[in-house]
Design a protein around this ligand. Structure first.
Ligand code: PLP
Length: 611
């Protein structure tokens, strides 16, 4: 379906049959409705239960923020070169600008006024008006410029995607009571086979069925065995209702690093239309899409990543920014029925402690979530909203003079604007992409171990899966052979912050002596010990259920290349591969037994985690 002029687009479909009882029963707060009267010029406000703003202890909020050009982007995005980016990771401290939120702004326009008097006061659940307006405009005009349903989606602020997911679930899922409610009513949520598990845990508090869908390099599969269509078509209703929600991370998937192409999105979307499924798309890493990963993975795996991995988003309307246009667009870009709920957060673009994000979805659903916001968080913290608003939007005019360490940063508070924000995202992508490549190049170079030995001269050639003979002698009775064994494989992540390593425990010298889940537990312990002392996240933590943990989850470890210092990426990755090689050098069972004695946490996890 291609985008057409707004008046010809279909209206979003009615989703009220999926609204939870809680959502249906939500009514607007009469108190909040009263806020509109507070703005009447000159009114003596005896109505609101508002504390006096003169008694707020903060006279200003201020900080020094980076300039948007601090980090260096990577090609192919055509961008302005970074300004004196001496240290690509930290950037010189002096390259900042002061961000000051005054106590009272003289600006009479509530849509541009940023001050503490407003931000720290009670307010409408939409949030601080200038910030809400900026995020809404950025979302609708630049991030998703062409959502193909009539009048497009709406936006509501959240305190991050954890909050966004929780509120979405509250609106769309009923609590099921075991032994009380009929089994046919038990709700279900489709998830990725390897997943970021907190949303599944949240849905389990509603007693929902968590239903895994098989994945490939990109993400969930629309068709094929265990794919979305297969799961929905063959749904066994003795377990509950056919799932009506799909929770998915489509860009820089956590933990696999996949990116779902436009073609795949269309296929998944059509299956969701057929089975009336709502897609909850959680995208903290959307701007971290790595063009270099496709080419590198072809090298790594010896086969193309996917036929349809090209974004092809030119057909989805221009955002006005080459960088944004180069990214695979959201499910919203193919959402002609209004069944996509998109979660965005500032956690990975500013900081997790911001607790600031937003939801984009069809207006009827956004209204329910807005009412939920009235009754729960009210709005994100005013401290955060005002600082982020000042950073992104700014106010015109000179700053009050400051002395000492602020003086070198007395530049401007005109705000980054959309240009600056996009440039910031490009710089972040550049830095994370370089880290990703630094880690993965070392992993790529070390995925084999070499075994040497002598063998009777019967078999002249040997080449099984994961091993190959690469050298021989011409001795009469024996071959001296050198065998290359592959001990792990992985794909260069197409996006996000994680590398997903798959270990081939079949090639371990003790593969026949221990269950491979035990080898994995011992392996993890060894890696955490001196001299390796690295901490990968065990794959069992990302398995959507126990069966997946037991069948394959233990074969994986997730490595985050985002958090450690730039200078540490290569030495730490080298330590990790040294540890992996040391594990493959273990030939005595007692050594594995000894390591397993130290793995109660892993063992307990394997036994107890009942996702
Ligand atoms: N969703 C995914 C896929 C994540 O990886 C994370 C954090 O790691 C979150 C959500 C949490 O987001 P927030 O900090 O906005 O609540």
């Amino acid at each position: 379906m291609t985008a057409e002029p707004s008046q010809e687009l279909p209206a979003p479909i009615d989703l009220t049959h999926y609204f939870s009882e809680v959502a249906k029963n939500k009514t607007a707060s009469p108190f909040k409705a009263f806020y509109k009267f507070f703005g009447i010029p000159g009114i003596g406000n005896f109505a609101g239960g508002l504390p006096n703003n003169n008694y707020f202890p903060f006279d200003t909020l201020e900080g020094v923020a980076a300039l948007p050009e601090r980090f260096k982007p990577t090609p192919p995005t055509p961008v302005k070169p970074p300004k004196q980016c001496a240290d690509p990771d930290a950037g010189p401290r002096t390259e900042g600008s002061r961000v000051v939120v005054p106590k009272v702004s003289p600006d009479p326009n509530p849509l541009t006024k940023i001050d503490l008097k407003t931000a720290l006061q009670y307010g409408d659940a939409l949030g601080l008006p200038p910030l809400f307006a900026w995020i809404r405009k950025f979302t609708l005009e630049h991030l998703h410029p062409n959502v193909p349903y009539k009048n497009g989606p709406e936006v509501v602020l959240t305190t991050g995607n954890t909050d966004g997911f929780s509120k979405t679930l509250e609106a769309l899922m009923n609590l099921w009571r075991e032994g009380v409610d009929p089994v046919e009513e038990r709700p279900g949520m489709l998830v990725e086979q390897y997943m970021y598990t907190p949303p599944a845990i949240r849905a389990k508090s509603y007693k929902a069925n968590i239903v895994p869908v098989s994945m490939d390099r990109q993400g969930i599969m629309a068709s094929g065995e265990g794919g979305l269509e297969d799961v929905l078509e063959n749904w066994d209703s003795s377990h509950g209702r056919r799932p009506h929600l799909l929770y998915t991370v489509t860009i820089g998937q956590n933990p696999t690093g996949g990116v779902v192409s436009v073609q795949r999105r269309k296929e998944i979307y059509e299956v969701c239309v057929k089975y009336d499924v709502i897609i909850i798309e959680d995208e903290p890493y959307w701007y971290l899409q790595y063009p270099s990963a496709n080419a590198l993975s072809i090298k790594s795996r010896g086969h193309p990543v996917s036929e349809d991995a090209q974004p092809g988003c030119e057909t989805y309307g221009s955002s006005g920014y080459p960088f944004l246009d180069s990214l695979v667009p959201s499910f919203l870009s193919v959402d002609y029925q209004g069944r996509v709920v998109r979660l965005d957060t500032f956690s990975k673009t500013i900081a997790p402690g911001c607790r600031l994000g937003w939801i984009t979805a069809q207006p009827a659903l956004i209204e329910k979530i807005y009412l939920s916001t009235q009754q729960t968080t009210q709005q994100p913290s005013g401290f955060v909203q005002s600082m982020v608003a000042q950073l992104l939007i700014g106010t015109e005019g000179a700053l009050p003079p400051r002395e000492s360490f602020f003086s070198s940063s007395n530049k401007t508070q005109n705000g980054w604007k959309v240009d600056g924000w996009v440039r910031w995202l490009e710089g972040l992508r550049g830095n994370y992409e370089r880290r990703m490549n630094a880690m993965c190049n070392i992993l790529e170079a070390n995925k084999h171990v070499v075994k040497t030995g002598r063998r009777r001269k019967q078999t002249s050639h040997h080449n099984e899966q994961n091993q190959s003979t690469i050298n021989t002698t011409d001795d009469d009775s024996e071959w001296r052979h050198v065998v290359k064994l592959q001990i792990y494989d992985f794909d260069y992540p197409m996006g996000g912050m994680f590398t997903w390593l798959h270990f081939i425990y079949e090639t371990h010298p003790l593969a026949d002596k221990f269950p491979h889940s035990k080898l994995s537990a011992a392996h993890w312990v060894l890696l955490t010990r001196e001299p390796y002392r690295v901490l990968p996240a065990p794959g069992v933590l990302f398995s959507a259920n126990e069966a997946i943990q037991a069948a394959s989850g233990y074969q994986f470890m997730r490595l985050c290349f985002a958090a450690v210092d730039e200078a540490e990426i290569e030495p730490l990755t080298q330590r990790l591969v040294n540890g992996i090689h040391a594990f493959w050098a273990i030939k005595k069972s007692e050594e594995i037994d000894e390591l397993l004695e130290e793995s109660p946490w892993m063992e307990a996890r394997l036994a107890e985690l009942t996702l």
